[in-house]
Design a protein around this ligand. Structure first.
Ligand SMILES: [Zn+2]
Length: 79
């Protein structure tokens, strides 16, 4: 579940313009394993129905990913 997908290695963060820093956000109370896993971003315990799926490791810019175009959409979502 914490695998770094191919697109993540080339994704550009729209918050800080870093490349390859986007990681999946994992919600819930973190285990020691999760806390030491550099391939995820901890999202905390508060989960709503409209949470971002990914975040930047460097600046914590949050986003979701369009399943069709692959474009990253910043949070809060512009829908
Ligand atoms: Zn960033």
């Amino acid at each position: 579940m914490s695998d770094v997908k191919q697109w993540m290695t080339t994704a550009v963060c729209k918050g800080c313009n870093a490349v390859g820093t986007i990681r999946p956000i994992l919600y819930g109370y973190p285990t020691d394993e999760m806390a030491s896993n550099e391939n995820i971003v901890l999202g905390g315990c508060c989960v709503s129905s409209n949470d971002p799926d990914y975040a930047c490791k460097a600046c914590h810019w949050e986003c979701t990913r369009d399943p069709v175009s692959g474009e990253l959409i910043g949070f809060p979502f512009e829908i």
